[in-house]
Each structure stands twice: as C-alpha cells, then as structure tokens.
Ligand binder design. Structure first.
Ligand SMILES: NC(=O)C1=CN([C@@H]2O[C@H](COP(=O)(O)OP(=O)(O)OC[C@H]3O[C@@H](n4cnc5c(N)ncnc54)[C@H](OP(=O)(O)O)[C@@H]3O)[C@@H](O)[C@H]2O)[C@@H](O)CC1
Ligand SMILES: [K+]
Length: 217
C-alpha cells in the first residue's frame, strides 16, 4: 500500500537515493526549495514588506538563503538573522550570494514576514540558547511566520514548542511529524525535482507536481 507521508528517517533515505542514483545534487534541490519558498513569501508580501530569514549552519539555512537571494533579486527588503557562524561550504556560498544580491545581516526593528530556515530535519532538541533567543523574538513579533521543511523546535510527536509558524513549506513529500500540528497552520509541499521512480521505490505517493510545484495540503 502506498503511503502519503513519510517519517523523517524515510525521507532522508529517499533523498540519499535521489542524490546517489540520479546525481541530483543537494545544491540543485536546494535551488528548487529556495525558489518555491521565495514564491510563498512573495505571495504574502507587498513590495514594501520587510522579510527576515533566520538561518543556521546547514542545508535548511542554505534553502533559506536561496530564497533570500531570489526575494532580493525581485526587489524585496530582506534581512538575515544569522544565528551561528556559517562555516559549511554550501550554506557559506549561499550566504555570500544572498549578500551580493542585497540581503542585509541583522534583525530589523519590524518584520512583516519571518522565515524559519534556522534548522530542518537534522535538528536536535533542546536547542541552543542562540536559536531559542531568535525564536523568542520571532514569536513575540507581529510578523507572519513561515517555516521551511519543518519548524525549528518541533518535538518528535509534532508538538510545536519552538517557532510558531503560520505556514510550513515542506519539501518533496508530506512528513508524518507535521500531521500533529495545530489545524490552523497551513502546510504546503514543494517540488525538489525528485523523479517519480524514487517515490515509487519508497512506496510513497508523489504529489502531483506536474501542474503546480507548490501545493497546499
Ligand atoms: N534533498 C535535501 O536533502 C535537501 C535538503 N534541504 C534542507 O536541508 C535540511 C536538512 O539539512 P541538514 O541536514 O544540513 O541540517 P539542518 O537541519 O539544516 O541542521 C543544520 C545543523 O545544525 C546543527 N544543529 C542541530 N541541532 C542543533 C541544536 N539543537 N543547536 C545548535 N545546532 C544544532 C547540526 O550541526 P552539528 O552540530 O551536528 O554540526 C546540524 O547538522 C532539510 O530540512 C531541508 O530543509 C534543502 O536545502 C534542499 C535539499
Ligand atoms: K525550519
């Protein structure tokens, strides 16, 4: 029987398969993730909106930085809340690109849309104080809040004690951990470009990305 959502462990395996068997690099998939995230932010934004994108030192942060670059390229005001030093190669390159495109480091006085690309599926709880501080500021602000892939601070059974997202844009396939989120939170799934054969191999239903690469669940 096909399943419609995946555990984080199963998703990591699926992802590994796409990289190994189809030479789909993380950078390519990150580009797809970041573009869809930028589209979701832009739908909510006006040209005067201030967007803050929070990033950590991993591929979740990397996806957020691609979104930052795309949004800056479209003319939006983008700030980056860089919580920890960005030392890993790919996120570091994405940070350089986003800054060259006009994103600014720091948290502005007011934010209209706050994006959580702090940490994704490799997050361990409890979070360090630096992440907890940023989450506190985001939750206390009046910003509309969007999480990339899974919210930072979500527990294994889906309790949301971290970033209080209004929307979550998850990648490639729905994740079971997101099924426990409060019903008011809108969840979207975005296409990473993983082929149907990989979904078939893992017995998971592929969302119909043929018409739309950003689908509301
Ligand atoms: N197809 C794909 O795979 C694609 C994946 N993409 C995205 O990648 C995401 C997964 O990325 P990821 O594995 O790099 O890890 P991520 O969740 O960003 O964490 C980063 C690092 O943070 C650290 N850390 C953990 N817990 C911590 C804590 N409590 N306090 C402090 N630090 C902590 C830990 O580093 P360590 O401490 O182990 O050195 C960890 O490695 C995924 O959710 C999706 O959004 C897309 O970009 C496109 C394609
Ligand atoms: K996140």
């Amino acid at each position: 029987m096909q399943v419609t959502s995946l555990s984080l462990e199963a998703f990591k395996e699926m992802d590994y398969w796409a990289v190994e068997k189809y030479k789909l690099s993380i950078e390519l998939m990150m580009e797809n993730a970041g573009l869809q995230l930028a589209r979701l932010v832009a739908k909510k934004a006006t040209q005067s909106s201030v967007v803050t994108i929070g990033v950590g030192n991993g591929n979740n942060g990397g996806g957020g930085l691609v979104a930052a670059r795309r949004l800056a390229a479209w003319g939006f005001k983008v700030y980056l809340d860089v919580v920890v030093p960005i030392t890993k190669d790919l996120p570091k390159t994405q940070l350089e690109r986003a800054l060259l495109f006009g994103a600014k480091e720091g948290i502005p006085e007011t934010t209209d849309i706050w994006v959580d690309a702090y940490l994704g599926f490799s997050q361990r709880l409890p979070l360090s104080d630096a992440f907890a501080k940023s989450i506190g500021l985001a939750n206390a602000s009046s910003a509309f809040r969007i999480s990339l892939d899974i919210p930072i601070g979500i527990s294994k059974n889906g309790e949301l004690s971290g970033f209080e997202a209004d929307q979550v844009m998850t990648l490639a396939a729905p994740k079971t951990i997101l099924e426990q989120l409060p019903s008011g939170i809108e969840v979207f799934v975005a296409d990473l470009g993983i082929p149907k054969a990989v979904y078939r191999h893992f017995n998971v239903e592929m969302p119909d990305f043929s018409k739309n690469q950003l689908i509301a669940l």
